[in-house]
Design a binder for this molecule. Structure first.
Ligand code: NDP
Length: 448
């Protein structure tokens, strides 16, 4: 072991890399991590965390509209994008400091420069220095995909959207997945005119159709325009600085910003994995086994770079399992079933387990229970939107195979429901649970 500079060298200080570093160090390993950008990774620096703060900020739009109904008299209100943007940036700074101090307190050495793989036990830093390690962990994450667009240089991705110099009056968003629809909701609530353009006529592929079919008209009702089958072909800058967007379907749209959110691919370009004999997968991902080990026995990979499930809590679990396995003598794998997920649209959707379509493929017959309700908070609101919950049940065993929710706070509620689904509870056990009244969540135990 002492022949190497470190027991573990981690490339990438995001959610997976930091967790792996910390746990490996706690098992006694001598650990170093290299990060070319900022400690914290996508989730903390330019993903989940700052996005959620923008979502919170945008909720005030409707709360302010509804406040007079509940007796509040408000003075003139206004919104300042720069103030919000700077507040979000300062919270990101705070979190980066917290992540850095986690590394420090666990005696993980960190290098603030790019590192690439130079061999099975060697990494090369941007400075040219070579460092050896018994084990190397690749945790470099993923990067936004920019499709072929003439004028792509005028477009931004989720990397840049948090730093806009001003709130765009008009924004065109390409894609209809997580990022596109979450930002469509944010900019719509903050006052921008939002047009979502997508290559197909589907939103949020992978979520239960009953939910997405209900979500779409709600988003349209809030004023978000959708142009389906209209992928962007060309973006040009006009004399007044605004952008002209032409779609393959022949639409011409004017905008002040164009956000492209068309998926994220593993950030493996130039990472030098070939120097360790590792062949990348078709999407540029690092193939690994269930213990996160690559084809090179001394190199492992976790998180988005492996393109299994691109979610922070999954990367964290993979990083933890890797460290326990390799440095804690506790071989552990990550379970990929029953992973809860949410899309922070307005209203949000949240789900765990099988969609009705997936359940039919696996189980043949399924029983479906639905609740289509008006959330109490929308009763006197400027938004008359309905909530919708759905349980997918195995008719033979009565086990709840999937829970799907559309409505305010559904991600907060779903986490608890995910425990029940993970535990394999039956519909009868849901029914035997007394409702918590008045709440939206009680619908989960009242579906008959
Ligand atoms: P998604 O995979 O969610 O959506 C991609 C969208 O882009 C789809 O609408 C797809 O269209 C479209 N698209 C894909 N490729 C092209 C292309 N070449 N040209 C035109 N359109 C294209 O990706 P996101 O970028 O929104 O998010 C990336 C990942 O980040 C997610 O998969 C998720 O794992 C993670 N994430 C999770 C969040 C959460 O948990 N709340 C929030 C944000 C991100 P179509 O469906 O029609 O094929």
């Amino acid at each position: 072991m002492t022949d190497f500079d470190y027991d573990l060298f981690v490339i990438g200080a995001g959610s997976g890399g930091v967790r792996a570093s910390r746990i490996a160090a706690s098992h006694g390993a001598r650990v170093a991590v290299a990060e070319e950008f900022r400690v914290g990774g996508t989730c903390v620096i330019r993903g989940c965390v700052p996005k959620k703060l923008l979502v919170y900020a945008s909720h005030f739009a409707h709360s302010l509209l509804d406040a007079p109904t509940y007796g509040w008299t408000l003075g003139e209100t206004s919104f300042d994008w720069n103030k919000l943007r700077d507040f979000v940036a300062s919270d990101v700074d705070r979190l980066e400091r917290a992540y850095t101090s986690t590394l420090d307190s666990n005696k993980v050495e960190h290098f603030h420069e790019r590192a690439v793989v130079a061999g099975p036990n060697t990494v090369r830093l941007a400075s040219g220095r070579e460092i050896t390690a018994r084990v190397i962990l690749i945790a470099v994450g993923a990067w936004p995909v920019m499709p072929e667009i003439d004028g792509a240089e005028h477009c931004i991705t989720s990397n840049e959207v948090f730093h806009l110099p001003e709130l765009p009056k008009r924004i065109v968003i390409q894609g209809a997945g997580y990022i596109a629809l979450e930002f469509a909701g944010v900019f719509n609530a903050l006052g921008s005119a939002v047009t979502v353009v997508n290559r197909s006529d589907k939103i949020l592929r992978g979520y239960d159709h009953d939910l997405t079919d209900r979500l779409l008209p709600i988003l349209q009702g809030r004023g978000i325009e959708f142009a389906f089958n209209h992928p962007i072909e060309q973006v040009t800058r006009q004399a007044d600085g605004s952008l002209l967007v032409r779609t393959a379907g022949g639409k011409v749209l004017e905008a002040d910003a164009v956000l492209v959110a068309t998926g994220r691919k593993p950030k493996t370009d130039g990472l030098g994995l070939e120097n360790a004999g590792i062949a990348l997968g078709a999407g540029g991902e690092v193939p690994v086994d269930e213990y996160n080990r690559t084809s090179c026995p001394s190199i492992y990979a976790v998180g988005d770079v492996t393109d299994r499930v691109q979610l922070t809590p999954v990367a964290i679990r993979e990083g933890h399992a890797f460290a326990d396995t390799v440095f804690g003598n506790m071989p552990r794998t990550t379970a990929y079933d029953h992973i809860p997920s949410a899309v922070f649209t307005q209203p949000p959707i949240a789900a765990v387990g099988l969609t009705e379509e997936q359940a039919r493929l696996v189980h043949g017959q399924v029983k479906v229970f639905k609740s289509d309700f008006r959330p109490m908070q929308n009763m006197f609101s400027s938004v008359a939107e309905r909530g919708y919950y759905k349980l997918v049940v195995d008719p033979v065993t009565d086990v709840v195979l999937g829970v799907h929710m559309l409505g305010p706070d559904s991600p907060e509620i779903l986490q608890a429901a995910a425990i029940a689904v993970k535990a394999g509870l039956t519909k009868a056990q849901f029914d035997a649970t007394v409702a918590l009244h008045p709440s939206m969540a009680e619908e989960l135990v009242l579906m008959r």
